[in-house]
Design a protein around this ligand. Structure first.
Ligand SMILES: C[S@@+](CC[C@H](N)C(=O)[O-])C[C@H]1O[C@@H](n2cnc3c(N)ncnc32)[C@H](O)[C@@H]1O
Length: 283
């Protein structure tokens, strides 16, 4: 759960975020989540107070453990990296907003930017595809990292529940990029957290890093590809989360195409997770 804090100087208004509420309540919540973005950093004192309130009151967590028993095993797993994610914050009018091609086309054109390049929805869909996958539910997702077009790197914990609607996702990303982390209600655990580059320092030693691009000359069948990898190897899959261009990663061991057609990042991830589910016998 995200912790909202009031704009500096104003008294903090207590509110509860509930990301898994029914549809009819979502609109109000979306506005609230977006509001929670232009927010002053909490003081230590405020943090303590919030902790008390949270523990006394609510069990509405953004992140809930999905498969705790599987997570205790020492099996190898998969890490996803979303590269070149289009997640850029700017002050539009009086407030800071996550730029997107639908809502900020005029603003972007006025600033000599191409609106088509501003597609945070690609990251949103890609994250949902990863986190919703049976591979994650079975506890084999080790980590998710997102690196923005500007090089800001953040980690998303596998058990986080990313908002399913774009507006709320946008509010969370804005909050993350301003506050640098997002914690669960009543917990100190950072569910989303900006971390230092380079990304390679977070990979396990025994990991194979594979980049994805439609333009790669090495076209493979994903299921055969993952089957050929030994069970003692962790897999790191690097997928682009931008609208145009291709990922440039100096750290990958291989660079493959998995279809003769250009896929969305979410479709590409669905193919990867399905192949892994088959390999690991996850139904
Ligand atoms: C929205 S696409 C990016 C579009 C970009 N024009 C491209 O083709 O790379 C998102 C990502 O999905 C992956 N992808 C798309 N089609 C693919 C394919 N046929 N094989 C492998 N990866 C693919 C790439 O990592 C790509 O960066």
């Amino acid at each position: 759960m995200v912790r909202p804090y009031a704009v500096k100087g104003k008294k903090r208004k207590k509110r509860e975020d509930k990301y898994d509420r029914e549809e009819e309540e979502e609109e109000v919540e979306e506005q609230e989540a977006a509001k929670g973005a232009s927010i002053a950093k909490p003081t230590k004192e405020a943090e303590g107070k919030e902790e008390e309130e949270d523990e006394a009151g609510t069990d509405d967590l953004v992140g809930i453990p999905i498969a705790p028993s599987d997570k205790k095993t020492n099996k190898t797993g998969v890490i996803f990296v979303l590269e070149k994610a289009s997640l850029e914050v700017a002050k539009v009018g009086k407030s800071f907003q996550l730029l997107n091609s639908d809502d900020h086309a005029n603003f972007l054109r006025k600033n000599n930017k191409n609106p088509a390049d501003f597609r945070p929805d690609i990251t949103h869909q890609a994250l949902l595809a990863i986190l919703d996958s049976p591979v994650n539910k079975a506890g084999r997702l080790l980590a998710v990292y997102v690196r923005t077009e500007k090089g800001v790197l953040f980690e998303v914990k596998p058990h986080v529940r990313i908002p399913r609607t774009y507006k709320r996702f946008s509010g969370i990303m804005l909050q993350l990029l301003q506050k640098l982390n997002i914690t669960a209600v009543g917990k100190r655990e950072k569910l989303l957290q900006v971390i230092k580059n380079p990304i390679t320092k977070y990979f396990p030693v025994n990991s194979r890093k594979i980049g994805f691009s439609y333009s790669s000359e090495k076209l493979v069948k994903m299921s055969k590809y993952v089957d050929a990898v030994g069970d003692d190897v962790n897999l790191v899959f690097v997928v682009g989360a931008m609208a145009h261009g291709r990922i440039e990663t100096e750290y990958t061991d291989d660079f493959i195409a998995i279809s003769g057609y250009p896929l969305s990042a979410a479709m590409c991830i669905a193919r990867i997770t399905e192949a892994l589910a088959d390999k690991w016998n996850i139904l």
